[in-house]
Ligand binder design. Structure first.
Ligand SMILES: Nc1ncnc2c1ncn2[C@@H]1O[C@H](COP(=O)(O)OP(=O)(O)O)[C@@H](O)[C@H]1O
Ligand SMILES: [Mg+2]
Length: 299
């Protein structure tokens, strides 16, 4: 295995806001294998999206840098596709055309029109959206939009898939379905993934490693937790699995004990850790609104 497929070395960043310097990250070091699924978890505002944006080439690191297959990353590129929390589909284009936009951009010179059509349809089938190719984004649910966003990224055949809280705005039931879809797709395609999540169960269920970030400013990687659970993973079986429960506990300890920050004279802003909620399919949930989650803030 190439231990340094994606290599984030000594990355730091300082933002300049209204003449004031703000150090968001310092000495972030992380290496990913090809095909590895890594989650980034940490309190709100610690710098997770900033790490992802640097890997995406959207932000320039002040120190250090990122190499993908030995090549330094300096700009955005189709080898690093980003899935955002709020599906960034073009509202005036159909589901099919939203995926076609990316496919044409990447494969116009290497695939015939017929091949591209087949490829777009194939990727929409992967996310179970082939039944809605002619629909506009405004005509489908949040979960469906997120599926299309994932299809669009997969269709670009990126070397790395970057996901910034991709399921954060979905209800528990939809989120569970998309997590399962993502696991199936990743098992089939062997994507290399960095996913930011606020959801401890999601991190343990999906990841090969969980990267836990310290609180900002000057945030860095606090601990890295390997998740050595067999695949394929079954959420219902894992809910009672001792190894799963222990991993989950370790993440919660990091977040709520080691990295707990509270302002004086303010009550805890988070509810106490809940029991595993992997079996979300058994719960009701029919909205696309956030809320029913383990979201947390550094308070
Ligand atoms: N473009 C920017 N300019 C100035 N400050 C920024 C910028 N992007 C992020 N920050 C700051 O960097 C810190 C980390 O932000 P972010 O990476 O979005 O956190 P997270 O994704 O973990 O919630 C925050 O304090 C945020 O205000
Ligand atoms: Mg963020």
């Amino acid at each position: 295995m190439n231990k340094r497929y994606l290599d984030i070395t000594d990355v730091g960043i300082e933002f300049d806001t209204n003449g004031k310097k703000f150090r968001a990250l310092q000495k972030v070091n992380l290496q990913l294998d090809k095909g590895e699924f890594v989650s980034l978890i940490g309190h709100s505002g610690c710098g997770k999206s900033t790490v992802l944006n640097i890997v995406a080439g959207l932000y320039q690191a002040t120190e250090g840098g990122v190499c993908l297959e030995g090549k330094e990353v300096s700009d955005p590129g189709p080898d690093r596709a980003v899935v955002f929390q709020n599906h960034s589909l073009m509202p005036w284009l159909s589901v099919y055309d939203n995926v076609a936009l990316a496919v044409d951009q990447v494969f116009r010179k290497t695939m015939s029109k017929a091949e591209r059509r087949e490829w777009i349809e194939h990727n929409l089938r992967l996310v179970n959206m082939d039944h809605a190719v002619d629909k506009l984004p405004g005509e489908i649910s949040g979960g469906m939009k997120q599926r299309v966003g994932i299809a669009r990224c997969l269709a670009m055949q990126p070397k790395v898939l970057l996901m910034d809280e991709p399921f954060g705005a979905l209800d528990a039931l939809t989120r569970a379905q998309l997590q399962d879809s993502l696991m199936t797709i990743q098992a089939e395609l062997g994507n290399t993934v960095i996913m930011i999540t606020h959801d401890v169960d999601e991190a343990v269920l999906l990841s090969d490693r969980i990267v836990m970030m310290t609180n900002g400013p000057a945030a860095t990687i606090g601990e890295v937790l390997p998740v050595e659970l067999d695949r394929p993973r079954d959420r219902l079986a894992l809910a009672e699995d001792q190894a799963f429960v222990h991993l989950r506990q370790q993440v919660l300890e990091f977040l709520y004990a080691k990295q707990a920050v509270r302002k004086p004279a303010e009550p805890a802003a988070v509810s106490p850790p809940q029991p595993p909620r992997l079996a979300a399919v058994q719960r009701s949930g029919d909205s696309d609104s956030p809320g029913d989650s383990n979201d947390f803030e550094a308070a």
